[in-house]
Design a protein around this ligand. Sequence first.
Ligand SMILES: Nc1ncnc2c1ncn2[C@@H]1O[C@H](COP(=O)(O)OP(=O)(O)OP(=O)(O)O)[C@@H](O)[C@H]1O
Ligand SMILES: O=c1[nH]c(=O)c2[nH+]cn([C@@H]3O[C@H](COP(=O)(O)O)[C@@H](O)[C@H]3O)c2[nH]1
Ligand SMILES: NC(=O)CC[C@H](N)C(=O)O
Ligand SMILES: [Mg+2]
Length: 523
Amino acid sequence: MAEEIKEVFDTILVLDFGSQYSHLITRRLREFNVYAEMLPCTQKIKELTWKPKGIILSGSPYSVFADDAPHVDLAVFDLNVPILGICYGMQEIAHINNTKVIRGDKREYGPALLQVEDKSCPLFKDVDHSKVWMSHHDKLSALPQGFKVVATSDNSPFAAMAHETKPIYGLQFHPEVTHSVKGKELLRNFALDICQANPNWSMENFIDTEISRIKKLVGPTAEVIGAVSGGVDSTVAAKLMARAIGDRFHAILVDNGVLRLNEAKMVKKNLTEGLGINLTVVDASEEFLSKLKGVTEPEKKRKVIGNTFIHVFERVANEIKPKDGDEIEFLLQGTLYPDVIESISFKGPSQTIKTHHNVGGLLENMKLKLIEPLRELFKDEVRALGELLGIPHDLVWRHPFPGPGLAIRILGEVTPSQVEIARKADHIYIEEIKKAGLYSQISQAFAALLPVKSVGVMGDERVYAQVIALRAIETTDFMTADWFIFDARFLKRVASRIVNEVDGISRVVYDITSKPPATVEWE
Ligand SMILES: Nc1ncnc2c1ncn2[C@@H]1O[C@H](COP(=O)(O)OP(=O)(O)OP(=O)(O)O)[C@@H](O)[C@H]1O
Ligand SMILES: O=c1[nH]c(=O)c2[nH+]cn([C@@H]3O[C@H](COP(=O)(O)O)[C@@H](O)[C@H]3O)c2[nH]1
Ligand SMILES: NC(=O)CC[C@H](N)C(=O)O
Ligand SMILES: [Mg+2]
């Protein structure tokens, strides 16, 4: 982030100890217009070139008493700004104040009822008894000297604590998750009342600061290529990039052979004519399909696709000859924060769920440097940004389509004939959804082709053919999702059209699993 931003906006510093929820802290602060920046917990305070208005210490998969546990630079306490420790962050404050943190008898994971004991505490202004979300195993053995208890829960006598005289607070629960009902109020009280941060940040400011950051990073002459799929994320990223460096930006859509019906053509038209983005379609379908031959394991498919994308981009980068004669150095991607959380396994309880092609599928020795302006944002924030950038409503609200495309919706081996079947079935399904006026009520819908055959009868003839599974979900951030309830007549219509119009299908089923325990995609 450009340094100037901290001169314009009061900034809260979030020190990240590796919790799955760390980014949600910055996101919640942004929701009430307070700018926050997250740095690793190992940040040396004397190397900080700006003064934060307050500091939040995040949760962590570590235990503060473990040998390899990360610890904060003690100089944070010399800055004389308010400090809020969340879960591990609170345990860290206790540890620094010579109070033993010990392993609790039982793990406390899930909801707890908060009892506010000290109603005069400014952190708890307008926050009464309410449900909070706990996620810990360790606990404070006692209250650190100089601190008082502010709130308790059944299992946590120190659910919240505050220093008697200094603005230092600790919460054993996670105010940043939506399941903590008054969590946002607590963070707002901390940022606005206790830190006195001015809530003047907005998405418009994000645009300005990102553009100036990109300009600085890329310099006055370098050219950049962009991985642009026509999806929401990369279109928003491309629009930002085009604003920052104009025609030095070259958007590339790779036809990987597993796109939907007419997708490359449509995207070319929408982006070039509709948005003035300079887009080239590179047909690499044979290369992708030949590398996918014989591959059936989902993670292997994802890695093959991720790697092939990068090979194609490196080749394209070499083919485009920048005016200044230098090589193209940068690759823009529309990566979002949930892609990163699910793909990277941090030491501790968070695990790799699936390798998103644009994060875990990258090549180790790739030459292109990544620019990912949306890496900190969630989908609904990107959509708000897209609207502000003047991207047409239909495009901003398009259902997401994953980079590995139909390949992760064809269970088993991906062959040209299987792609054909999946493509036709998906097209019919989406067409019917649009006709019924349901597209905008559903967050994402698609057809998956299953590698099982079942017996049917068509025109008195026995058929033995594959199964299509329809999926439709509702969600805002794609981290959790529920299945969409269709009218039975709608499902009847779709099933009948698919079986009648798509050769190779004799049966259609509807997927009624939420995420978790399932995921959105089948692979
Ligand atoms: N066919 C493709 N050609 C070029 N780049 C692609 C392609 N598919 C995906 N990408 C790159 O991978 C990134 C991640 O894909 P993802 O599907 O998550 O985002 P998106 O396609 O931009 O948006 P959406 O989530 O709405 O589909 C994209 O932002 C883009 O940079
Ligand atoms: O660009 C992408 N590359 C991928 O490898 C990938 N895997 C899943 N998805 C999309 O992410 C959202 C959540 O999907 P899952 O519940 O299946 O993880 C859904 O919107 C999925 O379509 C991907 N997008
Ligand atoms: N969520 C957290 O920060 C957990 C902290 C620590 N690992 C515990 O189990 O208590
Ligand atoms: Mg996509």
